[in-house]
Design a binder for this molecule. Structure first.
Ligand SMILES: [Zn+2]
Ligand SMILES: [Zn+2]
Length: 353
C-alpha cells in the first residue's frame, strides 16, 4: 500500500509498504481522508519533536513512521474480540493510544497519560491506504456525516476542548486570536453555544473566511489596537475569555491584556519561542491562564454537533491528492496559503482491493 513515511527533518517519503493487519481488539481501516495539521509542519520542519528515533515506551514505534493523525476511514476488518463494530462502518479516529493503567487514565484524564502515544507520530498514521487502530480509538459516524467531515473531528475536538476551557456561557464574549483551523473551529463551537466572538488575524483571506462563517467582528491586528478594540466592545472590561490560537508574543500579549478581571486565557497554539509574562499582568487582573492538551472525551459530542450542522466546511476546508502532500499541503501551509488542507487518500489511491 502507499504511505507517507517521516524519516526525519524535511524527509517525508511516499513509499510502498506492507498492509497492516488488525491484532486482538483492533480495527483495520481503509483511510478515506487525512488532514494536515500545524503539528505536522512542526515535525516536518523542526522535528523530530513528537516522533522518536528510539522506541516509544507504549508502542515500540520508531522513525520512520507513517504520518497523519486527523483521519476518517472505513472499517474493512476487525481483530479478535471486536464484536460491536462491523466492516463498512465509517469512523473518525481519536489518535491517541494510552496505557489504561496510570493515575490519569484511571481519572478519565487520559490526555495526560505519561505513556501517551499519538497515532501518526508514535504509531502508524492515516497518510496511508490502510491503518490499524485500537477499537477504543474509533468513533463511529452517524448516517449523514460524510468521510470528509469525519476527518475534521480531531481538530474540532481540540477546538471543543479549548472552548470548554474558556468556561463561558451564552451571551458572553470570547476573543479568538488566530483564525486558522483551530480558531475557526473554536468560533463555530462558540457560535453553536450562543457565545459571541471577536476574531483577530492578520491574514485577509482568513478574516474573509471567518466572516463568511458568520463572524461579525473580525479585526486586523496590523491595522488596529486589538486590546483597545476589544475593550471598546465590552464596556471597557475586556473579553470573558480569550484564546491564543495564533502563537507568537504579540498574540499572547493581546490574549492576556484583552481578558477581563477574573476571566480566562487559554493557549492552544504551538509557540516556537518562549514568551515573557510580567507577573503583574496576572496578579492584578486575576486572569486564569491555562492551556489545552489535545482533547479529552470530546469526540462523541463533536460528532453529534457535526451531525447537527454546526460545522460547515465551505470556504475553509480543501482537499488535495495524496501525491500533493508535501507541495500542495505542507509547503503551502508553511506559506500561510489555505486554511485546512485534507488529503483525499482513498480518492487518489484508487478503488479498494
Ligand atoms: Zn492535529
Ligand atoms: Zn495512562
Amino acid at each position: 500500500m502507499r504511505a507517507a513515511l517521516f524519516y526525519g527533518r524535511r524527509d517525508l517519503r511516499l513509499a510502498d509498504v506492507p498492509e497492516p493487519e488488525p491484532g486482538a481488539g483492533e480495527l483495520k481501516l481503509r483511510v478515506r481522508y487525512n488532514g494536515i495539521c500545524g503539528s505536522d509542519l512542526l515535525e516536518y520542519y523542526d522535528g523530530p519533536v513528537t516522533t522518536r528515533n528510539t522506541p516509544h515506551p507504549l508502542t515500540g514505534v520508531t522513525n520512520p513512521v507513517i504520518m497523519g493523525h486527523e483521519l476518517c476511514g472505513e472499517v474493512v476488518a476487525v481483530g479478535a474480540g471486536v464484536e460491536d463494530i462491523a466492516p463498512g462502518t465509517l469512523v473518525a479516529v481519536e489518535p491517541v493510544e494510552t496505557c489504561g493503567e496510570c493515575l490519569y487514565c484511571g481519572l478519565g484524564q487520559y490526555n495526560h497519560c505519561p505513556k501517551l502515544a499519538i497515532q501518526g507520530y508514535n504509531r502508524a498514521g492515516g497518510l496511508a491506504e490502510y491503518t490499524v487502530v485500537k477499537r477504543r480509538m474509533a468513533h463511529p459516524l452517524p448516517a449523514g456525516v460524510t468521510a470528509l467531515q469525519g476527518a475534521l473531528i480531531e481538530p474540532l475536538a481540540i477546538a471543543w476542548h479549548t472552548v470548554n476551557r474558556c468556561a463561558v456561557s451564552a451571551g458572553q464574549l470570547v476573543a479568538i486570536h488566530g483564525a486558522g483551523p483551530i480558531g475557526a473551529g473554536a468560533f463555530l463551537t462558540l457560535k453553536s453555544r450562543g457565545v459571541q466572538a471577536v476574531v483577530v488575524d492578520p491574514s485577509p483571506a482568513r478574516r474573509a473566511a471567518l466572516t463568511r462563517l458568520g463572524a461579525r467582528v473580525v479585526l486586523d491586528p496590523t491595522a488596529c489596537d486589538v486590546v483597545a478594540a476589544i475593550r471598546d466592545l465590552t464596556g471597557g472590561r475586556g473579553a470573558h475569555a480569550s484564546i491564543d490560537a495564533a502563537g507568537g508574543a504579540k498574540a499572547f500579549a493581546a490574549m492576556l491584556h484583552g481578558t477581563r478581571v477574573d476571566g480566562t486565557a487559554v493557549v492552544v497554539a504551538i509557540h516556537h519561542e518562549p514568551v515573557m509574562i510580567a507577573p503583574f499582568d496576572l496578579l492584578m487582573p486575576e486572569v486564569h491562564l491555562t492551556g489545552v492538551a489535545l482533547s479529552v472525551n470530546a469526540f462523541p459530542a463533536v460528532i453529534a454537533e457535526m451531525a447537527r450542522g454546526s460545522y460547515p466546511l465551505e470556504g475553509w476546508v480543501e482537499t488535495i491528492p495524496f501525491d500533493g502532500v508535501i507541495e500542495q499541503g505542507i509547503e503551502r501551509l508553511r506559506r500561510q496559503q489555505g486554511m485546512k488542507i485534507v488529503v483525499d487518500v482513498a480518492g487518489s489511491c484508487g478503488p479498494p482491493h
